[in-house]
Design a protein around this ligand. Structure first.
Ligand code: PYC
Length: 332
């Protein structure tokens, strides 16, 4: 039977939606969040589709479920649900989940101000400031990020040749810097980003394979990070992150910022300890930092942190009943 009622806390992180689902969790098999993610995708993907797609969601919708920790020292575990699937890791989603959960007693840190979170991509730690019941900011210490491919030439239908880098920050990002066939995000409309992104993504995934060296279920270049000039003088860089089929991230994108810092570090353009103020398509900002350097399967990687904020906009009780022809959503 595919029906249920789901209580949700809705809000946004720096402009991008986060729907924290606080009831209706399916029981998931698996020792790790990566295994539980696979179980969810196999048996419960209808829940994601119902809560993310129209008419209950929209193109940018993104959400999460909190589960008990899967490690001995963890405080909580997070499963991410998005229009595109279940991401291994979502930065804006983690900042929103932590904010909404703490403000509504859905997470109980062992050490106040700190959280150890189990995600499908691995351990993500968080720090936060909470004043009079409101979370002011959350800083996440993301999974190791690394530059996977450099200077890849790809022929994109209707656009022509692009040279791109591919970097991992919890998801694989195709990073496009201004060049002959791309004048920078400040000179492109949203419809151009939405038109060309899927074409670049398909061309890249036909050309090469992105598979995480430590977890083969994390695979595929799923996101695009187009770069350009920031609107604000204090921003270090700006981006338009494309995800799903029609979404431009309204936040500066946590996993995208991690991937971008790994790319800049590998090219000698960003050093550990420097603030990296990353600006989103709508001008909101995250502060990123390289906290340290490590290795993933013998490859140099960075330990990224991302600081941002979230706000609750409301609560909802969403019902899904298979007598509704659009119970499991649709995409146009
Ligand atoms: O913040 O990591 C992120 C993210 C991924 C997709 C949209 N936002």
């Amino acid at each position: 039977m595919r029906k249920g009622t789901f209580s949700c806390i809705d809000g946004h992180t720096c402009g991008n939606p986060v729907r924290l689902i606080t009831s209706g969790h399916p029981y998931l098999k698996g020792e790790t969040m990566s295994e539980k993610r696979q179980h969810f995708l196999t048996e419960f993907d209808w829940i994601r589709q119902s809560l993310m797609f129209e008419p209950r969601g929209h193109d940018m919708m993104s959400g999460s479920f909190i589960y008990p920790p899967t490690t001995d020292d963890g405080d909580a575990a997070i499963l991410f649900v998005e229009t595109s699937g279940c991401l291994p890791m979502c930065g804006h989603g983690t900042i929103g989940t932590v904010t909404f959960a703490l403000e509504n007693a859905q997470m109980h840190p062992k050490v106040p101000g700190k959280l150890k979170l189990d995600t499908p991509a691995g351990r993500v730690n968080a720090e936060y400031s909470m004043v009079e019941g409101k979370v002011e900011w959350v800083k996440i210490f993301n999974v190791p990020a690394f530059l996977a491919y450099e200077n890849i030439e790809v022929e994109v239908p209707e656009l022509g040749k692009l040279t791109v880098d591919i970097s991992y920050g919890g998801n694989y990002y195709i990073i496009v810097e201004p060049q002959e066939n791309f004048p920078g995000i400040e000179n492109w409309s949203a419809s151009e980003i939405l038109k060309y992104s899927p074409l670049v993504r398909t061309a890249i995934n036909e050309l090469l394979e992105c598979v995480h060296p430590e977890d083969p279920t994390v695979k595929g270049a799923s996101h695009l990070l187009w770069t350009g000039k920031p609107k604000h003088a204090e921003s270090s860089a700006a981006n338009a992150v494309f995800y799903g089929d029609k979404a431009i991230d309204r936040s500066p994108c946590g996993t995208g910022t991690s991937a971008r810092m790994a790319q800049l570090f590998a090219k000698g353009k960003l050093q550990p300890g420097e603030d990296f103020v990353h600006e989103s398509y709508i001008g909101s900002q995250f502060v990123g930092c390289i906290e340290g350097v490590t290795e993933v399967a013998g490859k140099t990687a960075i330990l990224p942190s991302i600081k941002g904020w979230s706000k609750v906009t409301g609560t909802s009780n969403i019902s899904v009943d298979d007598s509704d022809p659009y119970a499991f959503g649709f995409q146009v």
